[in-house]
Write a protein that binds this ligand. Structure first.
Ligand SMILES: Cc1ncc(COP(=O)(O)O)c(C=O)c1O
Length: 391
């Protein structure tokens, strides 16, 4: 009865598909995540988060802010200048503008809202991070997801594929670099080519560099196309601050001032999170090697386990992210079944359907910036799961 009544009051907006796969037995996505959160034994390989920070730099930065009780004041609405210049420095940029937001997610939404007109189309990849497509679908006429789950294109967008798929209404091209879920990264040559296409065709490249610090090499589009790019920056992954919800966007002065005019939270971003973020970048050189080396070593351990399991393979190895995809199609296994099986063993992974409508049933996504002992548990359970579920 309520739903009929509500239908009369307003019409729910239907945008591009949001990737909410609710596992069996859960009422809603929130219900599922709360269950995960409350289960302290859960091995967290499902969100590309980083559980390896042992040092206290970030913690101390936030603790000082708490002790000062300065959280009773609003922070400056666009973020503290110190944090903005630290981010620019981290990206190797000088003359760009920065806006601090409650996570890369916020920045992605603001970028779409600012740039897109109803006749525009947006190019993304499939697989990719689907909430970006959803945001794009709220403002554009069309979202074109280019299938890249194949060796020929190297499991990533290529300048050639972009040229073949763009038209006069293409306004945004999304480059997640390295790509969630496959961990493919763009070479400097590719970045230069994308930049040239964007400049010549009056297109914006959204360069989502959420996972950049895990990559062996990383090249900034903002350096080649400062007026045709928006860089999305996150503190959730290498900095291990996902729960604090802080990130940023970086672009030229015109884009950032246009964004300011449509901003929702004009009272600023959480002051404790900003204090943590400042300490995080300032201390980065003290911990980054440890985190990246442990993550890469974990990836090697997973690879040698996978090599001994018949009919499954890592889609892109080595991954340049802290996540990778394992293709299980040949074993006759659906990735949702596999994720649910592992969840019963207290291992949280993600079925590919979270990051791909077309190919999602084929692969399981796992992240591995977690302690090595937990990777070893995964390595024991995964082969057993394949043998139980194999058809
Ligand atoms: C490509 C990509 N961009 C952005 C985000 C979200 O970042 P944040 O936690 O900063 O909102 C994620 C999270 O998984 C991601 O994979």
């Amino acid at each position: 009865m309520c739903s009929n009544f509500c239908d009369m009051m307003f019409k729910e907006k239907k945008y591009g598909r949001v990737a909410k796969n609710i596992p069996k037995g859960f009422y809603s996505a929130n219900d599922f995540f709360e269950y995960l959160f409350n289960n302290k034994d859960m091995i967290w390989m499902g969100q590309n988060t980083n559980h390896l920070h042992k040092e206290d730099y970030i913690y101390n930065g936030m603790a000082e802010c708490l002790e000062s009780r300065e959280y009773s004041k609003y922070p400056p609405s666009e973020g503290f200048s110190e944090l903005k210049s630290l981010i620019l420095n981290d990206l190797g940029l000088k003359d760009s503008e920065v806006l601090i937001s409650s996570g890369g997610t916020d920045s992605l939404y603001l970028a779409m809202n600012t740039i897109l007109e109803p006749h525009h189309n947006v190019i993304t990849t499939d697989p990719g991070y689907l909430i970006i497509d959803n945001f794009a679908s709220r403002f554009a006429n069309k979202v074109i997801q280019i299938p890249i789950y194949n060796k020929e294109c190297g499991y990533k967008l290529t300048p050639r594929l972009l040229k073949e798929n763009m038209d006069k209404n293409t306004k945004i091209v999304v480059l997640i670099d390295p790509l969630n879920p496959l961990g493919t990264a763009y070479t400097s040559e590719e970045i230069e080519k994308f930049a040239k296409i964007a400049i010549e065709n009056d297109i914006y490249l959204i360069h989502d560099v959420t996972y950049k610090d895990f990559a062996r090499e990383h090249y900034s589009i903002a350096k080649c196309a400062p007026d045709n790019s928006i860089t999305i920056y996150s503190f959730s992954k290498v900095f291990g601050m996902a729960g604090l919800r802080i990130g940023a966007m970086v672009s030229n002065v015109d884009v950032i001032s246009a964004v300011k005019s449509i901003i929702i939270n004009d009272l600023g971003t959480n002051i404790i999170a900003q204090a943590g973020a400042i300490s995080a970048i300032k201390s980065k050189n003290k911990w980054i090697d440890d985190i990246v080396n442990t993550t890469r070593n974990n990836q090697k351990l997973i690879k040698s386990m996978i090599d001994d399991v018949n009919d499954v393979f890592i889609v892109n190895y080595p991954s340049d992210g802290n996540m990778l995809a394992i293709d299980v199609e040949k074993a006759g296994i659906n990735s949702k079944e596999l994720a649910e099986y592992l969840l019963d063993k207290n291992i949280f992974t993600r079925s590919g359907t979270y990051t791909s409508s077309r190919f999602g049933d084929k692969y399981l996504r796992i992240s591995f910036s977690i302690p090595e002992e937990e990777v070893k548990i995964f390595n024991q359970e995964f082969p057993k799961a394949i043998e139980v579920l194999r058809k």
